[in-house]
Design a protein around this ligand. Structure first.
Ligand SMILES: Cc1cc2nc3c(=O)[nH]c(=O)nc-3n(C[C@H](O)[C@H](O)[C@H](O)COP(=O)(O)OP(=O)(O)OC[C@H]3O[C@@H](n4cnc5c(N)ncnc54)[C@H](O)[C@@H]3O)c2cc1C
Length: 432
């Protein structure tokens, strides 16, 4: 194993592989270090890859080249109660032609592909290589210590892309040791094998079309929601649960996931399916105000390690932010190397680049979204109001009808109260 490089990237997830790719393409001698047996081995997510113009600029033939499952043409939001469901759905032909609006992917395959592209561009990819400390000279990072070959790998600059629990950012003193449970969620997912024709019939899809479904009201009152994404011949189905609320509920994620899979609506969609794997992972959902410092002397932080991930209730975005930040971190390092200055001040250009891009602009725009997601009534009372209202609207049983407005006011008053409704509406309006 070589002991010295011009740059080291820790973690071969989307942020790290993009950073290594960017550096290698700029002619920097870079090592990409990954603790798994291969890039992606330990990685999971829900399943929706959003568009990434910066990566498409690197690969103009991205949709032909990347290992994508299906392009998503339909997005649905479903409100669930114990036995009812009300779904709002959007579908457009515009999402059915390139450049597609989003794809489902499987992380072990996708991450391995991106890391391989970095390797082909010239990065040295070292797997089974866990970083467990930094080499410091004063406050400046000068490499990493790894649990392999008793080793040290020296480099004048390190990019920390080791995910949400980033040990590298912690050791560099860029993030707090304690993560706030109210700014973190845990995702649990079941990958279910279903034959391709069953997926296409049940979800109304043809060719490589895919569907994305988000669910509210399926978490027994725990803050969070459900998801289902169609792959080529499997579906990814799971829950995202806020850790503080989950802890207070005394429930376990798998308990809630099993109840979700057994919901009558879900059971119909998944019938005959074979469980291929369960997986779980933490998600940073604290948003803009929970971000750590982004750089120090000889170090930059990208992707989840930098808290660059957010949820609005309708979308969860992380990989696109991770890839974009990885590429900007690489660009910053390449420029700083030219001027021979890898100090925190010179690397501070990274934050300016992020501020100038959708990454920090979107995080700032939705910086209040976590407040909205803390409205507990979203996860029980409101799905009940919606489903009960629809049942009253659609039930025709010979009893006299009531106007829609009165039905809505009556159901809301019973379940939520008008004052709480107004307060929640105001919070939601200010958040998104
Ligand atoms: C349930 C769930 C659903 C999600 N759904 C979506 C979605 O639909 N769309 C979306 O865009 N995002 C989604 N996300 C968020 C997305 O997965 C993350 O934002 C994204 O993976 C961040 O990429 P990253 O490269 O920063 O970190 P990671 O993907 O976490 O990669 C970090 C890498 O570092 C490696 N590593 C860690 N520690 C070390 C170490 N000490 N030494 C060496 N290597 C190390 C890991 O093995 C890993 O390969 C979801 C996340 C979850 C958990």
């Amino acid at each position: 194993m070589r002991r010295s490089f011009e740059a080291v990237v820790v973690g071969a997830g989307p942020a790290g592989a993009a950073a290594a790719l960017g550096l290698a393409r700029s002619g920097v001698d870079v090592a990409l270090l990954e603790r798994g047996a291969f890039a992606g081995e330990k990685n999971m997510f829900g399943g929706l890859l959003h568009r990434m113009p910066a990566l498409e600029a690197v690969f103009p033939d991205f949709w032909d080249r990347a290992p994508l499952e299906r392009h998503v043409v339909r997005k649905s939001l479903c409100f669930l109660t114990g036995e009812a469901g009300f779904t709002v759905q959007f579908e457009t032909g515009a999402f059915d032609r390139p450049p597609y609006n989003g794809y489902t992917v499987l992380r072990p395959v996708y991450d391995a592909w991106l890391a391989e592209e970095a390797r082909r561009a010239g990065a040295a990819c070292l797997t089974r290589c866990t970083v467990d400390d930094l080499i410091l000279e004063g406050d400046a990072v000068r490499g990493v210590r790894v649990l392999r070959d008793g080793g040290e790998i020296r480099a004048p600059v390190v990019i920390a892309a080791d995910g949400v629990l980033s040990l590298t950012a912690l050791k560099a003193g860029l993030r707090q040791p304690r993560l706030d449970p109210d700014g973190m969620a845990v995702g649990v997912k079941a990958l279910i094998d279903l034959p391709r024709p069953a997926i296409e019939d049940r979800f109304g899809l043809v060719r490589d079309q895919g569907a994305s479904m988000e669910f509210v009201g399926c978490t027994a009152g725990v803050r969070g929601g459900g998801f289902l994404y169609t792959n080529r011949d499997s579906v990814s189905v799971g829950l995202v649960l806020h850790i503080g609320s989950l802890r207070d509920s005394g429930r376990t994620p798998y308990d809630l996931l099993n109840a979700f899979l057994e919901h009558p609506m879900m059971a119909k969609l998944l019938r005959g399916g074979r469980l291929l794997e369960y997986s779980a992972h933490v998600i940073p959902e604290g948003g803009y105000d929970a971000m750590p410092r982004l750089c120090g002397d000889g170090i930059l932080v990208a992707g989840d390690a930098a808290g660059l991930c957010y949820a609005t209730g309708l979308n969860l975005e992380g990989i696109n932010l991770a890839v974009h930040s990885g590429l900007l971190a690489a660009e910053t390092v390449a420029e700083a190397r030219q001027s021979g200055d890898l100090s925190a001040r010179a690397l501070g250009r990274y934050r300016e680049k992020l501020e100038g891009s959708f990454v920090l602009q979107d995080l700032k725009l939705f910086r209040r979204a976590p407040r909205m997601l803390h409205i507990d009534r979203l996860y029980g009372a409101y799905p009940e109001v919606i489903c009960e209202l629809m049942e009253r609207v659609y039930r025709i049983d010979g009893s006299p009808k009531r106007r829609l407005g009165r039905l809505l006011a009556g159901t809301t008053r019973e379940k939520v109260g008008l004052r709480a409704l107004l307060a929640d509406a105001l919070t939601a309006w200010r958040s998104v």
